[in-house]
Ligand binder design. Structure first.
Ligand code: MG
Length: 170
């Protein structure tokens, strides 16, 4: 069923450990950059990002970047990492998600997209028919548009919590 409720919520990206992903049958991860791995104002990936990506790689999980941000931002961020990447990706459209999946050779069943926005990232994952993991934005913008967007996300996140709460009691 089409739902914008994510499959998983994490407090930070690296809560999704290689072990957890493997246990859930994940072999490929499509990553948002801004406010998922680093805030907008950090041009390069921090050590915690590099360490986590190394651990995923060691566990046989392939990663790719699919960002709606521009060429310069994405290429500089990825310079040292050298992962497949797509910029100006127009999420929630699925085209570049599918391209990235083909680059890393992962199927719908074994791929997860991780991002910080329900109406961009989770929706893109659904359009591509893959799993979705949501993290809270690292340093959220304070403008009225962003605040409104977060307000719209709230009932969806409540649904997630309700669903997870129920499954714990089952
Ligand atoms: Mg983002």
């Amino acid at each position: 069923m089409f739902t914008l409720v994510p499959d998983f919520r994490f407090k930070t990206f690296d809560e999704a450990t290689a072990e957890f992903l493997i246990q859930n049958g994940i072999k490929g991860i499509i990553l948002d950059i801004d406010n998922t791995l680093e805030p907008y104002e950090h041009p390069l990936p921090g050590d915690h990002v590099k360490k986590w990506l190394c651990e995923l790689k060691a566990a046989g999980i392939s990663a790719a970047f699919v960002s709606n941000n521009g060429k310069e931002r994405v290429e500089l961020f990825n310079e040292e990492l050298g992962l497949p990447y797509y910029y100006k990706a127009k999420k929630p459209f699925k085209k570049n998600i599918l391209r990235a999946m083909s680059d890393i050779g992962s199927s719908r069943e074994t791929t997860i997209l991780m991002g910080d926005q329900v109406f961009t990232d989770v929706w893109a994952a659904r359009n591509a028919g893959i799993k979705a993991a949501l993290v809270p934005p690292i340093n959220d913008k304070k403008d009225i548009f962003t605040k409104f967007k977060r307000l719209l996300e709230k009932p969806i996140l409540r649904k997630y919590d309700k669903k997870k709460g129920k499954s714990v009691n089952e």
